[in-house]
Structure formats: C-alpha cells, structure tokens
Unconditional design. Structure first.
Length: 147
C-alpha cells in the first residue's frame, strides 16, 4: 500500500475544497512555533528533554482514533515530509483510507548538502497560524481521546 504524496498547494486545496483535515505530526514545540492554518497537532514523536532525542509517542494511534474516524480525510504533514510519510503509512495500515502525505512538509525537504528538493508550506506562502488552543493542541486532543 503506497501513500499518496501531495504538494503544499494541493494540500491547501484539499483542505479548502474537499474537507481534509491537516494532521501535523511534528513535536509540540515545532507546532507551537507555527503551523498551517487549520492544522491539528498529534505528534508521531516527542522530544525527550533529558537526551534531546526524538522518541516515539506511544499514544499517537490512540489519540488519532479518539478524534478521527477511519473515513476522515487527512493530509499528514511534518517538517520536511519524512515523519508524516511514516505516520501516513501507519494510519493506512490501521484502516484509514483517505490519507495522503504532504511532500516537503512545513519547512521544505532538503538533500544531504542542504539544497531544497521539495517546497514546503512556508515556501509556498500558504496561510499559517500560531493558534494552539482547544481543538488543535495535542493536549486538548489527547484529553478528548481519554475514556
């Protein structure tokens, strides 16, 4: 099962015209620094403050399931498109059928020497937000998913 990739412009269009939700799987601090307008945050990985390393979020699937049915239309995005591609694969394996990955992520994808290889949401000058309140923050979505 291959994950469909879309450009930032296509992702924005899917959100505006086809009712897709933008699922931002970046860490909480990354999301809080700015994200696509209308995005919700469920991190695939969390930053471990002691080691400064990213560690898997054991509640990722539970929080997604607690907020979105398997037929929800989701555009999954991250910083460059790698974490979101993995998250989209996981979601497809769990029965989510309307999932696509936003290639390039929020900041754009770069090759090993730093050259831009895929435009990101910021590069395309698409609408951004810093709202992190009820209904979009990981904290509020995790609370909603708890029994």
């Amino acid at each position: 099962m291959n994950v469909k990739n879309v450009s930032p412009e296509e992702a924005c269009e899917l959100m505006a015209r086809e009712g897709y939700t933008y699922l931002d799987v970046r860490s909480i601090p990354e999301f809080e620094a700015g994200h696509p307008a209308g995005a919700v945050n469920i991190p695939l990985l969390h930053l471990n403050p002691a080691t400064r390393q990213m560690v898997p979020n054991p509640d990722f699937l539970g929080v997604v399931r607690g907020n979105f049915s398997q037929d929800t239309k989701l555009v999954v995005g991250c910083g460059s498109g790698q974490r979101s591609y993995r998250a989209a694969e996981i979601l497809q394996q769990q029965g989510y059928s309307n999932v696509c990955n936003m290639d390039g992520g929020f900041h754009g994808a770069r090759d090993p020497v730093g050259r831009l290889i895929a435009l990101g949401w910021l590069d395309c000058d698409l609408p951004i937000s810093q709202y992190t309140g009820e209904g979009v923050s990981y904290e509020s979505l995790a609370a909603k998913a708890r029994p």
